[in-house]
Ligand binder design. Structure first.
Ligand SMILES: Nc1ncnc2c1ncn2[C@@H]1O[C@H](COP(=O)(O)OP(=O)(O)O)[C@@H](O)[C@H]1O
Ligand SMILES: [Mg+2]
Length: 238
């Protein structure tokens, strides 16, 4: 294992309602990587993220985050998470939401200004969240996850439902965070988003189908689209 690994998962198995939902999942993520977790709906993306956060009962396997056991109290301020349906308060302004979460997380107040700038939302600081577009709201959730400058960000389908331009803008923000040294694990069921990632974990029916770079994926499958590549991988594996 590289010393600077942000995530280390070894032979992880999760069973939900007597069904194997994650099967023998193993991977290591070095610090500072922008890793895409791609797979169709129901493939186990959210379950895997929950396991990394220590929120998921696991049947077996080891999960180590930033050198600590998944879910360890010491990780609370070192890992940022945005769930698939993030909780932001529509009846509060952007600034009020951030201040509220900063106080819960016990983060210094001036960190609010930093994260607001990080997601380019300064001009919406006084806007009610309920008045924002989907893309702006996604950035508010991201800003909350950035409070306290976590070393690892786990983002569950942050671009779902957004138009292509807003998706691109969000991925640009993710890449910016990664180049500043943050490790990001970002899930999506939209295969095209593979292009935005440094590395891909392709998940299908709870198993890792491939662990490679976007270029390697296209090369290995001799395809030019990520959708076609995913299909080719599945057909090649059966
Ligand atoms: N609370 C639950 N109890 C039992 N099975 C669940 C539960 N939540 C999800 N599952 C099952 O686990 C599998 C993976 O789900 P999930 O991790 O949510 O996938 P994804 O995030 O990729 O859509 C699916 O087959 C789903 O039906
Ligand atoms: Mg999910």
């Amino acid at each position: 294992m590289p010393e600077s690994a942000a995530i280390r998962v070894e032979s992880l198995n999760v069973v939900r309602s007597e069904t194997a939902v994650l099967r023998d999942v193993s991977f290591v993520v070095p610090a500072g990587q922008l890793l895409g977790l791609l797979g169709p709906s129901g493939s186990g993306k959210t379950t895997l993220m929950r396991a990394l956060l220590g929120l998921q009962i696991v049947a077996s396997g080891d999960t180590e985050i930033l050198g600590d056991r998944a879910g360890a109290v010491a990780l609370r301020n070192r890992v940022g998470y945005v769930s698939q349906s993030p909780a932001v308060y529509g009846d509060l302004t952007v600034m009020e939401n951030l201040r509220y979460f900063a106080s819960i997380l016990d983060v210094a107040r001036d960190d609010v200004d930093r994260v607001l700038a990080d997601v380019d939302l300064e001009r919406y600081a006084r806007s009610l969240v309920s008045r924002l577009s989907g893309g702006e709201r996604a950035r508010v959730s991201l800003a909350i996850a950035l409070l306290g400058a976590p070393e690892l960000l786990i983002l569950d389908e942050p671009t779902v439902g957004l138009d292509p331009v807003l998706r691109r803008d969000l991925w640009t923000l993710f890449a910016r965070q990664a180049s500043a040294g943050t490790t990001l694990l970002v899930s999506s069921h939209v295969m095209d988003e593979a292009a935005r990632c440094e590395r891909l974990l392709l998940l299908r029916e709870g198993q890792i189908l491939a662990d490679l770079t976007p270029a390697e994926l296209l090369e290995r499958t001799r395809t030019s689209s990520y959708d076609a590549a995913f299909v080719a991988l599945i057909e090649g594996s059966t």
